[in-house]
Design a protein around this ligand. Sequence first.
Ligand SMILES: C[S@@+](CC[C@H](N)C(=O)[O-])C[C@H]1O[C@@H](n2cnc3c(N)ncnc32)[C@H](O)[C@@H]1O
Length: 270
Amino acid sequence: MRESQHPSAVSGRLNTAVAHNARVWNYWIGGKDNYEIDQRVGDQVATMFPVIRDVARADRRFLGRTVRFLTADCAVRQFLDIGTGLPTLDNTHEIAQRIAPESRIVYVDNDPIVLVHARSLLTGTARGATDYIDTDVRDPDKVMQGAAATLDLDQPVAVMMLGILNFVLDTDEARDIVRRIMASVPSGSYLALTHPTTDTDLGGEGNVEAMAFWNENATPPITARSRAEISSFFDGLDLVAPGLVSCSRWRAEPDSGPVLPQFGALARKP
Ligand SMILES: C[S@@+](CC[C@H](N)C(=O)[O-])C[C@H]1O[C@@H](n2cnc3c(N)ncnc32)[C@H](O)[C@@H]1O
């Protein structure tokens, strides 16, 4: 963490009167780093959209499976985890460094509460490295400049974008962000992504009302997308089997629970 990013320099950005995504997500996962307003809004969303807690937990399990797969089966040793969220039981660096202690991880988020907790994300192994960048994904050049301080951008990088492009409301802008980030990493790099959907075959119709409520009562504003829109984020990349599926079903055990309206996929840059 750079000096300018020290929590004391930014704690004025913390707003405990409005529900924030990182804290509500933490609440749905069962964490303790949230405020009453986050719990109230989180409960209201769960009333309108009862699977939301399952979505949040399935998303975290997808993170675990993709990081294990990338580290153990694909020999990836560098991770750029954008939209980190609050530290929880198993974070990217812990999963990767358990398998390969030399793994290097850069976290990126723009939420002040995540920055306050960033120190717990920075306790890597002696052989590996972790860093945290407090910045907005909508400035991908700044993200990549920051990442280059810790990651060797001539070697493959796994770019993790779980539950974050849904906060970039314009689909062309979201696609451009992915394109620019993936253009900055070499062949053999990967993109892992999860994203909420409105597709009815995954039960996504419930997202519409819940997201409208969220956008009136919480921050930052969110959007869901169709399978075709989410697929387009992987243009030019080779999807790893089983492709774009409910994140609960991606390389999961057969009894891994129901299909959920949150797509997940992993793709390799050829
Ligand atoms: C739904 S949480 C997902 C957390 C984690 N990736 C996971 O899958 O469990 C989304 C995270 O993205 C962060 N985020 C939202 N918009 C962002 C932006 N424009 N730039 C950087 N981070 C952002 C939020 O602060 C939050 O921590």
